[in-house]
Design a protein around this ligand. Structure first.
Ligand code: GLP
Length: 245
C-alpha cells in the first residue's frame, strides 16, 4: 500500500497515526523502531500524542533495528542515545521494555543471537518502522545483503558512512561497522511501514517498488511481504508518480 503526502510533516503525521492506532489496538505492541533523520518528526508526533494523554507506552516493547559497532550505549552518536533523546526519554516506556543491540560487546555473534532470541521470545515484531538509505538499504543491510540474512555485523558502504557523517563531528569518527537486524529478521515482522521523504530517496524508493527483488536494492525484498505500507512525501515519490503518467 502507498500513502503519498505532500511533505515530511504530513508523512510523519500519517505514520504516527498508524503507530498510535496499533498501540491502542494492542497495548503490549512489539514495535520495531528505526533511527536516522526520517522518523524524527514521527517520534515528535508520538511524544505529543502521549503528552496530550491519549497514548500510553507503558506496556509497549521496542526493538531497534541497528547499532554502530564500538559505540557504548551512552555515546552521544550511538543509536541507543539517539532514541533516548528523540523518543524514549519523553514518553512513559519502561526501560526494561526497550531492546537494543549492544555495539560494544566482546562477542558479537552471541549478541546477535541474543537479539534474535529476544525478538522471538517477545512473540515477534508486530509493527516495524523502516527508513531507507539512498542506496536502498534498510536498517544497515547494505546492497549484497541476502534475503534470508539474520541479525549480524556488517561493514558499512562508503556512501552510508558519508551520508551519516552529518551526525558526527568528523567523517573519521563514523564507525565502519554496525550490528543490524537482517532482511530475513525484518521480513518476519507482521506489519511494516517504510517512511521516505525527499527527492534524494526517490531512486531508492522506485527501485524498491519496480525492480525485481534483488540484493542490489535490499528494500526490494519488501515486495515479498504481504503487509507493507510505504508512506512517502512528494520528493520521495517523484519517480513513482512519473511512472504512473
Ligand atoms: C541509517 C540507518 C537506517 C536509516 C537510514 C536512512 O543508515 N541505519 O535505518 O533508514 O540511515 O537515514 P535517514 O533517515 O537519515 O535518511
Amino acid at each position: 500500500m502507498f500513502i503519498i503526502i505532500k511533505d515530511e510533516a504530513g508523512m510523519s503525521r500519517e505514520a504516527a497515526k498508524l503507530i498510535a492506532a496499533a498501540i491502542k489496538r494492542k497495548p503490549r505492541l512489539v514495535l520495531g523502531l528505526a533511527t536516522g533523520s526520517t522518523p524524527i518528526r514521527t517520534y515528535e508526533r508520538l511524544i505529543s500524542l502521549y503528552k496530550k494523554g491519549g497514548l500510553d507506552f507503558s506496556q509497549v516493547l521496542t526493538f531497534n533495528l541497528d547499532e554502530y559497532v564500538g559505540l557504548p550505549e551512552g555515546h552521544t552518536q550511538s543509536y541507543r542515545h539517539f532514541m533516548e533523546k528523540n523518543l524514549f526519554g519523553k514518553i512513559n516506556i519502561r526501560q526494561e521494555n526497550i531492546n537494543f543491540l549492544k555495539g560494544d560487546v566482546a562477542d558479537i555473534e552471541k549478541e546477535c543471537l541474543r537479539y534474535e532470541k529476544a525478538i522471538e521470545g517477545s512473540g515477534g515484531i508486530d509493527l516495524q518502522i523502516l527508513g531507507i538509505g539512498q542506496n536502498g538499504h534498510i536498517a544497515f543491510n547494505e546492497p549484497d545483503s541476502l534475503e534470508n540474512s539474520r541479525t549480524r555485523a556488517v561493514n558499512l558502504d562508503r556512501s552510508t558512512i558519508e551520508a551519516n557523517a552529518r551526525f558526527f563531528t568528523r567523517i573519521e569518527d563514523v564507525p565502519h561497522r554496525a550490528l543490524t537486524m537482517g532482511i530475513g529478521t525484518i521480513l518476519e515482522a507482521k506489519e511494516i511501514i517504510l517512511l521516505a521523504s525527499g527527492a534524494n530517496k526517490a531512486q531508492a524508493v522506485a527501485d524498491s517498488i519496480f525492480s525485481a527483488p534483488s540484493t542490489e536494492t535490499p528494500a526490494s525484498f519488501l515486495q515479498k511481504h504481504s503487509k507493507v505500507t510505504f508512506i512517502l512525501d512528494a520528493g520521495a515519490s517523484k519517480m513513482i508518480e512519473m511512472k504512473k503518467v
